[in-house]
Design a protein around this ligand. Structure first.
Ligand SMILES: Nc1nc2c(c(=O)[nH]1)N[C@@H](CN(C=O)c1ccc(C(=O)N[C@@H](CCC(=O)O)C(=O)O)cc1)CN2
Ligand SMILES: NCC(=O)N[C@@H]1O[C@H](COP(=O)([O-])[O-])[C@@H](O)[C@H]1O
Length: 215
């Protein structure tokens, strides 16, 4: 059987991409091939990690689309710029014929202009999110959990790998893990604790979806 073709979307440092690369073709994540890494940010260090691993990369920035639609709305579901961006992103992704798309710190809300073309091809899109399903959604969830911990509103948070649907961070969870905040004295300590857990969970979540695709 041919290796599963994995395409990864990133925006930042790419430590989760690195975890996937390091685990690839070991028992933790067997028989996979990274076909491309796409970033919406040109300065994403994850692009350098991909290049070091000899994985093809593409920078797909939003600016040209914003310039094309100067009077655009900021609401993701109605933005012409975002829809055009997402439609082109879908074309870039489909050109690689992936078996799975992994959002590993990809910090853009995607619209049906991206989701539908991939859904038609039955290509699963999964995402790493630093909260449990139905708890915190959106960006900056680690910071928000930390603030609530300091206010005495919570002692735990978590992480999950979930399917990506239009409703942000509400797609079916694939695997989740609770993370205690207790014992952390700074936000940085919580971030470290969460990132260490993420690096394991993203490998497990990707492996499960790859295996489902092979059934
Ligand atoms: N339609 C969906 N798109 C995305 C999902 C999803 O479940 N459905 N998951 C995200 C990843 N994500 C959280 O896990 C997330 C990323 C970014 C944002 C966000 O508010 N982005 C802003 C820009 C923020 C910035 O530039 O710093 C935006 O897109 O306007 C929310 C959730 C991947 N996309
Ligand atoms: N809502 C999505 C979100 O907040 N994702 C977060 O982006 C980081 C990516 O780190 P990385 O670039 O080092 O892999 C991760 O901590 C992940 O939880």
């Amino acid at each position: 059987m041919a290796p599963a073709r994995v395409l990864v979307l990133i925006s930042g440092s790419g430590s989760n991409l690195q975890a996937l690369i390091d685990a690839s073709n070991t028992p933790a994540l067997p028989d996979v091939e990274f076909v491309k890494v796409i970033s919406d940010r040109k300065d994403a260090y994850g692009l350098k990690r991909a290049e070091a691993a000899k994985i093809p990369t593409t920078y797909h920035g939003i600016l040209p689309y914003k310039k094309k639609f100067p009077d655009d709305t900021e609401k993701p579901q109605f933005s012409e710029a975002r829809k055009a961006y997402d439609a082109d992103l879908a074309k870039l992704v489909l050109a690689e014929k992936p078996d799975i798309v992994v959002c590993a710190g990809f910090m853009r809300i995607v619209t049906p202009s991206f989701l539908e073309p991939l859904h038609e091809q039955k290509i699963p899109i999964i995402n790493l999110h630093p909260s449990l399903h139905g708890d915190l959604v959106g960006a900056h969830c680690i910071e928000r959990a930390w603030e609530e911990f300091k206010q005495g509103k919570r002692t735990k948070t978590g992480i999950m790998i979930h399917y990506v649907i239009a409703e942000v961070d509400m797609g079916e969870p694939i695997v989740q893990q609770e993370v205690s905040i207790e014992g952390c004295e700074t936000l940085e300590q919580l971030q470290t604790r969460i990132h260490e857990a993420e690096h394991k969970l993203i490998v497990e979540g990707t492996k499960r979806v790859v295996e489902r695709g092979r059934q």
